[in-house]
Design a protein around this ligand. Structure first.
Ligand SMILES: [Zn+2]
Length: 240
């Protein structure tokens, strides 16, 4: 690459204009394009030597909507496949994500810790895990609770779970989720605009990020759940 008037002819001969300034300097800097720049130009602007036509059919190449969705999903897990595998390959977590994705209930994409703990305990018992009292071994309910709290905390920090509260309105009985940002001592119901107070025993409801739900699947216009192909791609990438 020359920062002066120059050209390369069909026979690949380089010619350039020597300006008085260039002559004064008595130096000529020649910069060779790096491979990736050459490859990029060859793909986006392929041109036959001597031809004036640029066949730029690939110039407007961009990620498809599904690819963007997959890219953002993977970034939730820091693009770390072993981290992702811990959840996707685990029966309890995978079933839970699927359940929160497909649930038809108004607040169906949320779960409180107590339910999460009970579901995990049930799955482990079904898989033959034996729990003992705390003093008799490490597989006890206290340790299960501690490790689940750690995993939920990790998922919250990565925005896979979004903490908030599901409040039942005392005026219209609607059960509506409020994010942490929306949570105050007093709530204005999103349905009837009535005022509610946060109840002391209200547990945190963890909402599954819509990005995770959309990569698992979505409902068609007829209301039928359709699995998303991205999850097949994710499982293949984990396997590789
Ligand atoms: Zn209400």
């Amino acid at each position: 690459m020359l920062q002066t008037a120059s050209r390369v002819d069909r026979n690949r001969k380089l010619s350039f204009a020597v300006t008085p300034e260039l002559h004064e300097k008595r130096k000529l800097a020649l910069k060779v394009w790096n491979f990736y720049d050459v490859a990029s130009v060859s793909v986006t602007s392929p041109k036959i030597t001597g031809s004036r036509d640029i066949k730029n059919v690939f110039r407007s190449v961009a990620y498809s909507d599904s690819s963007i969705k997959l890219d953002r999903f993977l970034s939730l897990f820091n693009n770390d496949f072993s981290f992702l595998q811990d959840y996707i390959h685990d029966k309890f977590w995978n079933d839970l994500f699927l359940e929160l994705t497909t649930s038809g209930k108004a607040e169906g994409d949320t779960i409180v810790f107590k339910d999460l703990f009970e579901q995990c305990h049930k799955v482990m018992l079904e898989q033959g895990q034996v729990f003992t009292p705390r003093e008799d071994g490490r597989y006890n309910l206290e340790n299960l609770s501690l490790s689940l709290k750690y995993m939920v905390q990790t998922l919250c920090e990565h925005k896979v779970f979004l903490p908030g509260f599901v409040i039942k309105c005392r005026h219209c009985s609607s059960r509506i989720r409020y994010s942490i940002e929306e949570s105050k001592e007093k709530f204005t119901c999103k349905g009837c605009s009535g005022t509610n107070h946060l109840r002391a025993e209200n547990p945190i409801a963890y909402k599954l990020n819509s990005l995770v739900k959309n990569n698992y699947g979505s409902k068609s216009a007829k209301g039928i759940y359709v699995p998303d192909g991205n999850m097949t791609a994710v499982r293949t990438l984990i396997h590789l």
